[in-house]
Write a protein that binds this ligand. Structure first.
Ligand code: MN
Length: 748
């Protein structure tokens, strides 16, 4: 903060400035007029005067009086979040304790203990976190802890951040980047989870603007250039809808919502398509004003009217009115075909739904008679507390697990007694078991889903009735981490495994020390480190662990050479690689050599890796593994990035020889709309049109969707692409992708 006296700002008309401050304050009062009575107005006025006085003389980086900032934050709370007087007062005062002579005691004396508590919470959240990630995460954790006291702390903090993002222009470039990254990392997802959709969109968009300014500008220009055409199109598209809605006597509003620059960019990036190919640059939103009991029938009636004019795409119908999203979002979405052959997304919702969607939870409560509803939000808070209470999870894991829960959609699962449990989409039976109780999770051996026996990894669907089967002999396995998806299950399994490993390691230490004593070898660090090398393990803990597991050959202890009680390690023992690996690394010049697959390579053996099943024509590379010779992977293999970045010195170029026809196995996954005869069409393509051999085919269909897993033999990737192309053309097939076998372990 910069004091006026120090900068000697000149040429400012102070009277003019006072008038403008009063104007800004009046703007705040206007924005909150539905939310306050006389008493409230007095309180807001008092807070304004206290803040004005405390910040007097302070200026923001932009040079304007500091008081503009708290006024703007308070106005965001009122106007964009529907928050009441307490929040407006706290927002006006939010920077006083940190930046001025006022203390928390002063605040309490003037405004009471509730405001004190909120200001206290706000003051504790640092403005800009450190670059150091773990510190950032740690701070975030503290911040979440404060929400549990009062949710308003977090909402005002978001408003504060939003105003800072809107005025980021005057900051130094490096600060801009830092604040923008943090906003994108923490505040945007948090806003999303709290149902503040327009704020989330704006935060993401502003972050993007400061992080990639050139890209931002380019897309913005394109939007501007295409604006007139879009406006004309929207007018002619909405005209018939307006006529029929008028005719039916609806009170409504139609808005055209253009996507934010950031969402356009994300779509371009994810789908790898140019701006011109994005069909849903804008969406049409129909907002109808109707009493709560008529909401559902009216929305569906309007859907029916719209689709009388325009043909809908059944795959793109989303009904979030019957089942709202976890963050409270309700709306009916459809995508229809315009007469010019363009797909247009139409969102249908009521005024209430629109307010909740834009302004989040506070707006939601406004429509409840009793503003206390044991909501999904409380359950979410409960989950966060679970995570916080787990001492095993470090700050980084916490953030990852937390984000995991932020973005997931939900499924509804019934217990055998008919109780409803809500889990993130993608949860499996084991997630459900851990949701019931940690002990149930740890002892789970399987489950009955709708009376059918299924494994632990079975993915659950909304509406499933699940009975967990346990056994007292069961213990948590590290494999489990591969298929559970809830933060809770992950944390519990990790801590159980750690505990188990700790026990084994302690046992192993005892075993090893006993053997060393028997061989008269002193048990000191020097010798333990020597054993780490001699037994080729990663560290001392691993040495203990392997000792307990019986994997260490104690017989060789007596062969070790000791000088003055110290084990001598022969100089040619290099750690962590076996002879084959060493031999390969010596024989191969990774800069020059290229493996030509199909021809012999320096008489060295190589194998195609099982995790990605490369076929001729694929982009590939060779990798010298520690124990299994050279493996060929596809560059698209999920393991490739890790291998290439961690062990660059083991990567060899590889390519396919020009031609020898040989059949190779590939696995494909098809997803689409279930339709009689679709399996026939698929097998027909396989058998007739390409004369490929099929090894296996497996179809599963549920709720009108099918998933097919096909294993077949092809010659090369051109051949494969041709088949994929044929599959894609079958009506009803939505995606065809080549599968990776993630269960096939890659040896490093
Ligand atoms: Mn502030």
């Amino acid at each position: 903060m910069v004091k006026k006296e120090e900068t000697g700002v000149e040429g400012i008309d102070l009277e003019q400035e006072q008038r403008e401050i009063i104007n800004a304050y009046r703007g705040l009062l206007r924005a909150s007029k539905d939310l306050r009575d006389k008493e409230d107005t007095k309180l807001i006025k008092k807070a304004f005067n206290v803040a004005l006085d405390a910040h007097s003389g302070d200026r923001r980086k932009s040079g304007e009086p500091y008081i503009y900032h708290p006024i703007a934050v308070a106005r965001i709370c009122a106007e964009e979040m529907d928050l009441g007087t307490t929040s407006i007062v706290a927002a006006l005062l939010h920077d006083t304790v940190e930046d001025t002579h006022l203390t928390l005691d002063d605040i309490e004396e003037m405004f009471g203990s509730k405001i004190r508590m909120i200001i206290d919470g706000l003051t504790k959240i640092p403005e800009v976190f450190d670059e150091n990630v773990s510190l950032q995460a740690e701070n975030f954790r503290k911040m979440i802890l404060t929400i549990s006291d009062d949710l308003r702390v977090i909402l005002i903090k978001i408003a504060d951040r939003l105003h800072n993002m809107r005025t980021l222009e005057s900051m130094r470039k490096d600060k801009q980047l830092k604040i923008a990254s943090e906003t994108q990392y923490i505040y945007a997802p948090l806003s999303h989870r709290l149902g503040l959709n327009s704020i989330k969109t704006e935060l993401e968009n502003l972050s993007f603007k400061y992080k990639l300014p050139e890209v931002y500008e380019e897309i913005e220009n394109k939007l501007e250039k295409t604006k007139d055409v879009r406006t004309r199109f929207i007018r002619s598209f909405t005209n018939p809808i307006k006529r029929v809605l008028d005719h039916e006597g609806y009170v409504y509003q139609i808005k055209a919502r253009t996507k934010s620059v950031y969402s356009i960019w994300r779509k371009m990036y994810q789908k790898n398509i140019p701006f011109e190919e994005i069909y849903d640059i804008f969406a049409i939103r129909i907002i109808v004003d109707t009493p709560i009991e008529l909401e559902k029938p009216d929305c569906w009636r309007i859907y029916s009217l719209v689709t009388d004019f325009y043909q809908p795409n059944p795959d793109r119908l989303r009904d979030w009115i019957s089942t709202p999203k976890a963050n409270g979002y309700e709306s009916l979405h459809t995508t229809v075909m315009s007469p010019t052959g363009k797909w247009v997304e139409v969102q249908i919702r009521t005024k209430r739904m629109d307010e909740v969607a834009e302004k989040g939870y506070a707006a939601h409560y406004k429509y409840k008679d009793n503003s206390i509803e044991p909501s999904k939000f409380d359950r979410w808070l409960g989950e966060i507390k679970d995570l916080l209470e787990n001492p095993e999870s470090n700050a980084i894991d916490f953030i990852d697990d937390f984000k995991l829960n932020l973005f997931s959609d939900e499924i509804y699962i019934f217990t055998p007694k008919g109780d409803l449990k809500v889990l993130p989409k993608g949860s499996c039976t084991l997630d459900f078991a851990f949701d019931i109780h940690t002990d149930v999770g740890c002892k789970c051996i399987g489950a009955k889903v709708n009376n059918k026996l299924v494994p632990l990894s079975h993915e659950l669907n909304s509406g499933d009735q699940v009975e967990i089967i346990t056994s007292s002999k069961q213990t948590p396995k590290s494999d489990w981490l591969k298929f559970v998806s809830t933060a809770r299950a992950k944390a519990k399994i990790k801590s159980a495994l750690k505990e188990e490993r700790r026990k084994i390691t302690t046992d192993g230490k005892e075993v090893l020390y006993r053997k060393l004593n028997g061989a008269k070898i002193p048990t000191n660090d020097e010798n333990l480190n020597a054993l780490v090398k001699l037994f080729n393990v990663s560290d001392i803990a691993e040495l203990f662990y392997q000792s307990a597991k019986g994997k260490i050959n104690f017989k060789s202890l007596k062969d070790f050479k000791l000088i003055n009680g110290v084990i001598q390690v022969p100089s040619d023992i290099d750690t962590k690689q076996d002879d084959l690996s060493k031999e390969l690394l010596n024989a191969v010049d990774i800069k020059k050599d290229t493996i030509v697959i199909g021809e012999s390579f320096k008489d060295l053996p190589y194998k195609l890796s099982k995790c990605c099943n490369p076929i001729p024509g694929d982009e590939v590379f060779g990798f010298i593994s520690a124990h299994e010779g050279i493996k060929i992977h596809r560059t698209e293999c999920p393991n490739a990035t890790q291998l290439m970045s961690k062990y660059a010195y083991r990567v060899i170029k590889a390519r396919w020889e020009s031609q020898k026809l040989e059949e190779r196995m590939v696995q494909l996954r098809l997803i689409g709309v279930d339709d009689i005869g679709i399996v026939n069409k698929i097998t027909e393509i396989i058998s007739n049109q390409h004369s490929v051999n099929m090894k296996s085919i497996f179809f599963n269909s549920e709720d009108g969707m099918f998933e097919g897993n096909i294993t077949l033999y092809v010659y090369d990737n051109k051949h494969l692409e041709a088949i994929i192309d044929e599959f894609t053309r079958i009506e009803g097939v939505k995606t065809v992708e080549r599968r990776f076998d993630e269960s096939a372990e890659t040896e490093e």
